[in-house]
Design a protein around this ligand. Structure first.
Ligand code: 6PG
Length: 259
């Protein structure tokens, strides 16, 4: 079901589908359309993938014949919004999850895969390396910040996105000089690497992809622009000039007013 701009946050377009499968299919169709558009315009699609478990269905859909065989992979460059500081073969690795559910099934040349190296012994140094790589790979947008064509984000029930967590030293989030940060999960202590807020907000298109009842209250708080919602990392994602979208299933959209 495609909705008009949300009456909650006019800057956001909200797309709600029945369940996680339908939502993943809809996002995969948007991914296919974006890649085909880039191919038609003879340009590249630099897209950042989310971590966590939600995107597995999206990855499996993109690797299915209906999508794999029609998607112009030659224009697609994959990046990650964040990574756990573990090796790629660790079950917690976001790259490892993508490799298992997507990369193993598609003809994407390795030089079009730009991963955060979770195995790096010094996360700060890896964050700086990744930032340099982004500056060399991406064109600058109107704010002078490297500009992704599309950043797809997950949403934590606590309002985190990528690995920007509530309660982090907020100044770090908005430090335009830091494209990428070393971070830490507030409860597990797991070390992370994450894109920072300014580079997320500089993207041409930002899409939150959230499913399940556990996210419903946070989705409503952010889209409802409550003071709490606006203070959360995910609530601070307000693209400077790009498009903001939410792809939700009915369970994650349960507390929204009729769209
Ligand atoms: C990560 C993520 C994180 C994730 C949300 C949602 O590395 O965990 O990038 O931001 O997208 O926590 O995770 P689920 O999809 O598992 O609910």
């Amino acid at each position: 079901m495609i909705s008009p701009p949300s009456p909650l946050d006019p800057a956001a377009r909200v797309f709600v589908h029945a369940d996680a499968v339908a939502t993943s299919q809809a996002l995969a169709a948007a991914f296919l359309a974006a890649a085909q558009d880039a191919a038609q315009r003879r340009t590249l699609l630099h897209v950042t993938l989310p971590g966590g478990e939600t995107p597995r269905l999206l990855f499996a859909t993109l690797a299915s014949p209906d999508f794999r065989e029609h998607l112009p992979w030659s224009v697609v460059h994959l990046h990650w919004g964040d990574e756990r500081c573990v090796p790629p073969d660790d079950p917690a690795s976001n790259f490892g999850t993508t490799r298992r559910w997507l990369l193993a099934g598609i003809p994407l040349p390795p030089d079009q895969v730009h991963r955060l190296r979770g195995e790096a012994p010094d996360p700060e140094r890896e964050a700086n390396r990744y930032a340099r790589a982004l500056r060399s790979l991406l064109p600058n947008g109107p704010t002078g910040m490297p500009r992704f064509d599309w950043i797809i984000l997950g949403l934590g029930a606590d309002g985190h996105t990528a690995s920007l967590f509530p309660g982090d030293a907020e100044g770090r989030w908005s430090d335009a000089g830091r494209l990428c940060l070393a971070a830490q999960h507030p409860t597990t202590g797991q070390r992370r690497l994450s894109l920072n807020l300014p580079v997320i907000n500089a993207a041409a298109r930002v899409t939150f992809f959230a499913t399940g009842a556990a996210k419903a209250a946070t989705v409503a708080s952010i889209l409802g622009q409550t003071p709490d919602g606006r203070s959360l990392p995910a609530g601070r994602v307000q693209p400077t000039s790009g498009r903001l979208e939410w792809f939700l299933d009915a369970a994650a959209a349960a507390f929204l007013p009729p769209l």
